[in-house]
Write a protein that binds this ligand. Structure first.
Ligand code: HEM
Length: 381
């Protein structure tokens, strides 16, 4: 019986081709569906062992994630002059793009990644998106990210104005995202990235200010804490693009504050609160869409991507920070009440700053000034 069943299965598979997929064994020993993906394993090893050495969803991972957005959003469905999307232009034309105000701090990613880009022969565009994908796999709570390869490098810089700014209105931000092909729902989904993030330059005197109380865990606390009534600033007040946050030591972007309260986005925002599966799934889909903006004929290399760490049970449930409760929430979604959560025990403490990764410091200064490598000229031809 057993052998008859086995033969039947094998015959079915060969007749319909359903279970038989072409496989390639790479020189490095791994098996993948598409041989082109083998090129990624040496890059993966370098990124894992050296670029993110010891960085468990910390500053280096955050920098690699942010630059992927700033590169990809240089795209418009209607105006070709806005760039060719996820095309590496942010590094290839760093001497121009890093002078744009919205790219303040992207020099950290340049310093982090360029020494590794130089060692490998994949496009700069692919390296930026691949490094961001690997950065996500450092963060507990992220769903296994897919990855597509084969992006074509830029021939020209993206112009100033393609990257949303924290002091812009919700209408302006959503219009820019829509022009690039991303809906309001995509935008809120993508902003789950701010749950593993912070600001180095919004307050000019303080770096590593977290956007939520758990900046190394991809959990829903960011969506809880941005809905709290603002009570103070981690440093000085009056910085452009910053509003008061609800917790000591935390920084709140004006854009996140407004998106959490605008009628167009408030319910999308609140839907993430204490709904890890929803946040993780919508982010996974929107991020994959963002990573491929402006690019076509890509090869699916998802089988190269390692599994992210799972979310610890202690982080699976959202909470009100110590000393705060439902009464501190500014309800904005008109149709559904903000969920009831328990309050973290103990006294309220000020959040620590995110430790800065040494590899993000280099020749390229935070304001986009400094030495840029002529190495990139060869890509721009
Ligand atoms: C749509 C509107 C967005 C605005 C206005 C915005 C604005 C900002 C600002 C001002 C910072 C702080 C930069 C600094 O001072 O160091 C920041 C950090 C960050 N953003 Fe966004 N962002 C947006 C969307 C996104 C998206 C879509 C992603 C990724 C998919 C992203 C990922 C990050 C990350 C990871 C950081 C932390 C970077 C680090 O710590 O080095 N942001 N964002």
């Amino acid at each position: 019986m057993l052998s008859t069943g086995f033969l039947l299965l094998a015959a079915t598979a060969s007749v319909y081709g359903a279970a038989v997929e072409p496989r390639a064994t790479c020189a490095t020993g791994q098996t993948v569906k598409n041989a082109a993906c083998c090129a990624l394993f040496p890059v993966l090893q370098d990124i894992q062992n050296d670029m993110f050495a010891g960085d468990t969803c910390g500053d280096a991972a955050h920098a690699a994630l942010r630059v992927a957005f700033h590169d990809a959003i240089g795209f418009s469905k209607t105006q070709s002059s806005f760039g060719t999307g996820a095309d590496g232009s942010i590094f290839l034309f760093a001497e121009q793009e890093l002078t744009y105000g919205a790219n303040l701090g992207i020099a950290d990613a340049f310093n982090l990644e360029v020494p590794f880009i130089k060692k490998h022969n994949i496009s700069v565009a692919d390296f930026i998106q691949f490094a961001a994908t690997i950065s996500l796999t450092k963060c507990p709570g992220v769903l296994q990210p897919p990855f597509m390869m084969g992006r074509v490098d830029a021939k020209a810089a993206a112009p100033d104005g393609t990257v949303p700014e924290p002091f812009q209105t919700v209408d302006t931000i959503l219009a820019r995202m829509a022009d690039a092909g991303l809906t309001a729902a995509d935008t809120v989904a993508l902003l789950a990235s701010h749950s593993i993030a912070g600001a180095d330059d919004v307050d000019p005197d303080l770096s590593g200010l977290p956007f939520d109380s758990t900046p190394s865990v991809f959990d829903t606390q960011f969506f809880v804490e941005t809905q709290l009534r603002g009570t103070g600033f981690p440093g000085s007040s009056g910085n452009q693009g910053e509003v008061a946050s609800g917790i000591a030591g935390e920084i709140r972007l004006q854009s996140d504050h407004l998106l959490a309260r605008d009628t167009a986005t408030a319910c999308l925002w609140q839907a993430n609160v204490n709904n890890q599966a929803h946040m993780a799934q919508t982010f996974q889909a929107a991020f994959a869409k963002m990573q491929n903006l402006g690019q076509k004929n890509l090869v699916d290399c998802s089988d190269v991507i390692p599994a992210p760490p799972s979310l610890p049970a202690s982080a699976a449930t959202a909470f009100f920070p110590a000393g705060l409760s439902h009464a501190d929430i500014e309800q904005a979604c008109a149709t559904t009440a903000f969920p009831n959560l328990s309050t973290a025990p103990g006294a309220a403490v000020s959040l620590p700053q995110i430790v800065q990764a040494p590899l993000t410091q280099g020749d390229c200064d935070d304001d986009g000034e400094g030495k840029f490598s002529n190495f990139f000229l060869r890509f721009a031809n």
